[in-house]
Design a binder for this molecule. Structure first.
Ligand code: NAD
Length: 480
């Protein structure tokens, strides 16, 4: 069985306490590797290494820093197949999805921020004939980056790439449920010649290793992606310490379908936006609202195609829906399906655990599930389920659907299907969501800001916003 190690001061090290956590292959329901159960001593060593490396890394010419990060991106591309396989085994997602989306986007993150840092500029203001003010941006110091399990390497690099590109040194913690690609990434960093201590990766539990990163007084900025409950806990610790804080949290995203949509595109993309990655993407649309006049036609076709999705071994090419990340998470989703029934929902598709034959017999699979007949304010329609479960309901008017869409405490993303341009603008302006996709889903331009509204997050990441986050701005005013 493989044992993973922390990456501290350029070396792969066992945890201080010598304790390890079981790492499961969720498609087989079996332990397949061991990860360090790190504690505050490992975090302290990682922070000390990052502090030590800061002076050299932050003052390195930006093109040289960028070249090292680009080298890491090249190595990710070189190891695409290996990383995709590792991510699929670790997470349960279809390997073809990891190959097409997660790993290429991880390399794109590295590339984008490595190049972005070269073009990064700050502002200057000439105040009449009296003074020149310019904004001096310096890296904030040691950044703590904490990422979730659903898109492991993609979101890990989404946090660390802008921090490193901006000149910060980093202590990062991937999710304990999916540590493998971050471990492989640490090996690529060594191969690429990343100076020791610039990036440190501490594996372990959120409540122990993660909490120790957030609490450490020398970690000056925290960039976190994960659940809203965890985000609240992190904010409660970090805010009184006056740390910079960026939180990307949960969602309950509406997918709004008007009768004038391109029906085929809306159906096909809604299938992806509902069930890609087993519905374990924060940006998945989990509440589908369909205009009354096409509600029955849309629902019938959507249910037919949902039922045709292939649940099974993530390593097989025909599989569209792999395993849920853990047994605990699978049971949480099953309990939400039970709740939906108690709340009066009709299960139109799925609703059950799936037994997959062969080596995946003990795996954590749930059939893609469509539920109708629920009120928009019931718990099933208000709480994040984060699995292959969507609800579907009709609406009559624009005002009504905007009210439904905005009725949760979340505000991460929304999808809108209409061929009416004026309506698209009108509704986009009224939806309380950080990103609104019109006639598409998951299309990303990394230059645009990204982040949720309401309880889906604080601060914007992506583009210049992310590079700015990892800097401190200072105004220099020169009297002419
Ligand atoms: P989680 O909050 O349980 O864990 C996320 C990370 O935080 C993990 O690395 C975990 O170990 C760590 N952690 C847990 N407790 C901690 C603590 N007290 N202090 C510091 N770190 C701690 O989330 P998850 O279950 O891994 O991921 C699923 C959630 O992430 C969903 O809610 C999903 O919507 C959200 N998510 C949001 C985005 C976004 O961009 N907004 C993207 C992906 C996932």
């Amino acid at each position: 069985m493989e044992t993973l190690y922390n990456y501290i001061e350029g070396k792969l090290l066992p945890p201080h306490a010598g304790k390890y956590i079981d790492n499961y292959n969720p498609a087989e329901g079996k332990v397949y590797s061991l990860i360090p159960d790190s504690d505050e001593r490992d975090v302290a060593a990682a922070v000390a290494a990052a502090q030590h490396a800061f002076a050299e890394w932050s003052s390195m010419p930006v093109d040289k820093r960028s070249a090292i990060l680009l080298r890491i991106a090249d190595l990710i591309d070189r190891d695409l197949d290996k990383l995709a396989l590792a991510e699929s085994i670790d997470n349960g997602k279809p390997v073809k999805l990891a190959r097409a989306v997660d790993i290429p986007r991880a390399s794109a993150n590295m590339r984008f921020f490595a190049s972005g840092a070269i073009h990064f500029a700050s502002e200057a203001h000439v105040t009449g004939n009296e003074a020149v003010n310019y904004t001096l941006r310096t890296p904030v110091g040691v950044a703590g980056c904490i990422s979730p399990w659903n898109l492991p390497l993609y979101l890990f690099t989404w946090k660390i790439a802008p921090a490193l590109a901006a000149g910060c040194t980093v202590v990062a913690k991937p999710s304990e449920l999916t540590p493998m690609t971050a471990f492989l990434f640490s090996q690529l960093c060594i191969e690429a010649g990343l100076p020791k201590g610039v990036l440190n990766i501490v594996h372990g539990l959120g409540t122990k290793a993660g909490q120790a990163i957030v609490e450490h007084p020398d970690v000056t900025a925290i960039s976190f992606t994960g659940g809203t409950v965890t985000g609240r806990k992190i904010a409660a610790t970090a805010a009184p310490m006056f740390k910079k804080l960026s939180l990307e949290l949960g969602g309950k995203n509406p997918n709004i379908v008007f009768a004038d949509c391109d029906f085929e595109q809306a159906i096909q993309t809604s299938l992806h936006s509902s069930f890609s990655n087993q519905g374990e993407i924060c940006l998945c649309g989990s509440r589908i609202f369909v205009e009354q006049s096409i509600y029955q036609k849309f629902t019938d076709e959507f249910v037919k195609r949902t039922t045709a999705l292939v649940v099974g071994d993530p390593l097989l090419p025909e599989t569209t829906t792999g395993a849920l990340v853990s047994e605990v998470h699978m049971n949480k989703i099953l309990s939400y399906i039970e709740l939906a029934k108690q709340e009066g929902g009709d299960i139109l598709a799925g609703g059950n655990r799936v037994a997959v034959a062969g080596k995946c017999a003990q795996g954590y699979f749930i059939a893609p599930t469509v539920i109708a007949g629920l009120d928009h304010l019931c718990r099933t329609n208000q709480e994040e389920i984060f699995g292959p479960v969507v609800t579907i309901m009709p609406f009559e008017t624009e005002d009504e659907v905007i009210r439904y869409a905005n009725s949760t405490t979340y505000g991460l993303s929304a999808t809108l299907w209409t061929e009416n341009l004026k309506r698209a603008h009108r509704i986009s302006a009224q939806l309380k969501s950080g990103i609104i996709w019109v006639n598409c889903w998951l299309f990303r331009d990394l230059r645009s800001p990204f982040g949720g509204m309401k309880q889906s997050g604080v601060g914007r990441e992506g583009g210049w916003e992310a590079l700015r986050f990892f800097t401190e701005a200072k105004n220099v005013c020169i009297k002419l």
